[in-house]
Design a protein around this ligand. Structure first.
Ligand SMILES: Nc1nc2c(c(=O)[nH]1)N[C@H]1C(S)=C(S)[C@@H](COP(=O)(O)OP(=O)(O)OC[C@H]3O[C@@H](n4cnc5c(N)ncnc54)[C@H](O)[C@@H]3O)O[C@H]1N2
Ligand code: MOO
Length: 407
């Protein structure tokens, strides 16, 4: 049997970073930078005030206190957005609003709360330190600074920084395009009348959701019957012009396991047993061994498919997106219960993690979706362990959509 690490490497060997594209910074959330982002302006772009109040020269207010306030004439207002280059006359004040440019000659700001708020003249009750409430030009970022590095997955804060640095477009990796294929005669679309023996094609929607949650794009969604001609026709021209095809089902030992049958005939895809539970039957390769898209065949059992996606497809999507496939958010936690595990396989136990402690979320059969939906992570019980005891330290892989634990 192939180890989990070996199969993961085999899948990773099939893919590389997607081509670059330029997108407006406002549409770049979740995208991965392909090049560094350099500031086009200083931040702040000009000296400005952090408070609503009065622009002053600190020396004009020497000794000012509650008991000995100092009065200064007010020469006018400076609002945020005022483009006039104001000059502060010695011994005078200008009323100024947060974010407005400081007038020339000003070296401190007095918040309105420390004054009588006057419009013609102002009574000031404090002596400001030089530079008080002044936000200096370039104190945050200098023109030409690299503000974001290639490889950064852009979050809202990154978008804010690039936008403030007046960078209208960023160069990112194209989202990986994934065609999702479910196979099986028993499958019908959600909402259908369910005849005896028929089930909803839940893997289809599950895999689409996983692709999207991973930041990739669903290029197309296809359902194939257990019919060799239909599978052949699909493989000859996969819908959606994808970078990657993922299939679910039809890869085990059944006589209608058509995906395996046809891919074996076409060549280029290797079918293996991987030492993990769930998710033992796996396959990956390039259809026909040629220039077609990479294919990863996932087992049909819903939990097996879901787990296999996390362990094999997610690292590939990360690598395609320009991210480090190893940076998977995994964390260590302590078992809060005891459970058994197959000695010769990695067990991916569906767990709920709370304060660094993990407990199985319920039944662990590869068809049990209730416990899967509740789970926040997979606890990876290593080969060689037959029983997890309370207190055992376990590596855990967060389930997409859940935050990492605090173990
Ligand atoms: N004799 C053997 N039988 C099986 C073996 C084995 O080694 N020898 N392996 C078992 C394991 S482990 C798994 S996992 C499954 C994998 O089977 P397939 O990938 O061929 O999947 P199917 O047979 O098509 O379906 C399995 C199961 O999952 C349901 N299914 C399939 N597709 C969907 C879908 N899109 N949405 C919801 N549910 C789906 C399907 O109805 C079956 O119940 O094989 C074991 N058998
Ligand atoms: O190992 Mo299969 O992939 O769960 O039932």
């Amino acid at each position: 049997m192939r180890s989990v690490a070996e199969h993961r490497d085999a899948v990773l060997a099939l893919v590389g970073p997607t081509p670059r594209e330029t997108v407006p910074v406002g549409s770049a959330l979740g995208r991965v930078l392909a090049t560094d982002v350099t500031a086009v302006v200083d931040l702040p772009g000009f000296d400005n005030t952090a408070m609503d109040g009065y622009a002053v020269r600190h020396a004009d207010l020497a000794g000012a206190t509650e008991d000995a306030p100092v009065r200064l004439p007010v020469d006018g207002d400076i609002a945020a957005g005022d483009t006039t280059r104001h000059v502060l006359a010695p011994g005078h004040a200008l009323r100024i609003m947060t974010g407005a440019p400081l007038p020339e000659g000003c070296d401190a700001v007095v918040p309105v709360e420390h004054t009588d708020g006057g419009a013609e003249s102002v009574l000031v009750r404090v002596e400001p330190a030089p530079g008080r409430y002044v936000r200096a030009r370039g104190e945050d970022v200098r023109t030409g600074d690299v503000v974001l590095r290639a490889g950064t997955a852009l979050g809202p804060g990154h978008v804010a920084l690039a936008a403030a640095a007046n960078v209208p477009e960023v160069t990112v990796h194209r989202r990986p395009r994934v065609t999702v294929v479910s196979t099986g005669d028993e499958l019908v679309p959600v909402g259908s009348m369910l005849e005896h023996g028929r089930i909803v094609d839940s893997n289809h929607l599950m895999l689409r959701a996983l692709v999207e949650a991973a930041g990739a794009e669903v290029a197309a969604g296809v359902h194939l019957r257990d019919d060799a001609d239909a599978v052949r026709a699909f493989l000859a021209a996969p819908d959606g012009d994808p970078d990657l095809v993922i299939t679910s089902g039809g890869v085990s030992m059944g006589v209608y396991d058509t995906v395996k049958e046809v891919l074996t005939e076409v060549g280029g895809v290797e079918f293996v047993k991987v030492a993990m539970r769930p998710g033992m039957p796996q396959g990956c390769g390039v259809v026909g061994g040629g220039s077609g898209p990479a294919v990863v065949t996932l087992p049909g059992n819903p939990v097996s498919s879901f787990a296999s996606f996390h362990v094999f497809v997610l690292p590939a999507l990360r690598a395609m997106s320009g991210l480090d496939p190893d940076d998977d958010g995994s964390f260590e936690a302590e078992a809060g219960a005891s459970w058994s595990s197959p000695r010769e396989k990695v067990e991916l136990t569906r767990v709920v993690e709370e304060d660094g402690v993990v407990r199985p979320s319920g039944g662990q059969g590869s068809h049990v979706l209730g416990a899967l939906a509740e789970a926040t992570a997979f606890a990876l019980v290593p080969v060689g362990v037959e029983r997890v005891e309370p207190g055992t330290r376990l590596r855990c892989l967060p389930i997409l959509g859940h935050h990492r634990g605090r173990g």
